[in-house]
Design a protein around this ligand. Structure first.
Ligand code: SAH
Length: 349
């Protein structure tokens, strides 16, 4: 609610109808305007009666996120939006263009409690979980800001701020909104959720009745190093994570992506390749190598291109497929590693 107004972003068609005591088809019409056509102005919802539009204007708001800034990278390959939420919290999301393909990178929390040592988001601490409307709303606002044609179906990655598996229900609800056939209708296989590897979340995700993709941010394959880079590993170690991934594979048959942010002389050597190969043995995975996006003030350096390539080759020689993306939109992503983590895994299968 925004003051006395009902916020429609985040509600399914049936929930809109119920909240406003409308017929089910009217709930669907309103949902279609917002999610399928990207129309947020009640006056423009021309198949609704005039009195209905007046009522919606008086009682509802479509969404309550304010766009604070829009940055477009050189060559327009990336557009980053900074949003202010109703309570003043701020989150970022990014639209990435690659050929004819559009990928939306969404935030699931304002701030992040994980505090990974190389990531900018954790530095500012955790603020709060986003609700489903605040997550799905980012996608709609990104598409409008980027003037993406409505017939183009985007890919969506949960690789912005926050840990989606620590905001599990809202993450699931937001995916249902994005997948809704009367909304954006994004195919499950075009959606990827990236997690630090909260094992409980991995098990829950395995039980979801969908084909949404899972990506695990590993970054180190020995507990000592991983606990330094990813403090969450201290309570939820590699052995547990590996078991959870093995069960996930057995249950779903789906391939998992493993993300590995390359940090110079920290996790980018031949020994690291060997440890990673040992960890991955028997798992159905491919690896997404992410060149570290420098964050001022943090004690790391990006690995050289040659080391990144050698790491990739080492994995391939060990029988594991790996992608290494070239920089994309780096000029606007100074404090956000997510851009480099984005890609469409489907091409690898
Ligand atoms: N909490 C989720 C989403 C994080 S962002 C997760 O841990 O997966 C998506 C990816 O970007 C993660 O793999 C994260 O470790 C990585 N990342 C964060 N900061 C980065 C940076 N500065 N450079 C490169 N990758 C970064």
């Amino acid at each position: 609610m925004n003051g006395q107004r009902l916020r429609l972003m985040g509600l399914m068609p049936a929930q809109i109808a119920e909240a406003l005591a409308l017929k089910p088809f009217q709930g669907r019409q309103i949902f279609q305007w917002i999610h399928q056509k990207g129309v947020f102005d009640f006056d423009a919802m021309t198949n609704l009666s005039k009195p209905m539009r007046e009522r919606l204007k008086a009682e509802c708001t479509v969404q309550d996120m304010r766009v604070v800034s829009v940055q477009v990278s050189e060559g327009s390959s990336a557009t980053k939006i900074l949003f202010e939420l109703e309570d003043g919290e701020r989150v970022e999301s990014v639209l990435l263009r690659d050929g004819g393909r559009v990928t939306l990178c969404l935030s699931s929390q304002a701030g992040c409690p994980l505090n990974c040592s190389f990531c900018a988001t954790g530095m500012a601490g955790f603020r709060r979980n986003l609700d489903a409307g605040e997550i799905a709303g980012q996608a709609l606002l990104l598409l409008s800001a980027g003037e993406v044609p409505r017939e183009l179906t985007p890919n969506v990655v949960y690789m912005g701020m926050g840990e989606p598996f620590l905001n599990y229900e809202h993450m699931v609800e937001s995916i249902r909104l994005l997948m809704h056939p009367e909304g954006l209708n994004v195919g499950a296989r075009h959606i990827t959720v990236s997690t630090v590897g909260v094992v409980e979340g991995v098990s829950r995700f395995a039980a979801e009745d969908w084909q949404v993709r899972l990506s695990i941010s590993l970054h180190a394959a020995n507990d000592e190093l991983r606990s330094k880079l990813v403090p969450h590993n201290r309570s939820n170690g590699l052995r547990q994570l590996r078991d959870a991934l093995r069960d996930y594979g057995a249950k779903t048959g789906r391939q998992v992506t493993v993300e590995w942010t390359l940090l110079d002389d920290v996790n980018d050597g031949p020994g690291d390749v060997r440890e990673l190969l040992a960890f991955l043995k028997g798992l159905k995975v491919f690896v997404n190598l992410i060149p570290w996006n420098p964050v001022p003030g943090l004690p790391f350096n990006a690995s050289s291109r040659a080391k990144c390539v050698a790491f990739q080759e080492g994995l391939e020689q060990g029988g594991v497929k790996a992608t290494l993306r070239r920089e994309n939109g780096g000029d606007i992503a100074a404090a956000c590693g997510q851009l480099r983590a984005m890609h469409e895994p489907a091409e690898l299968e």
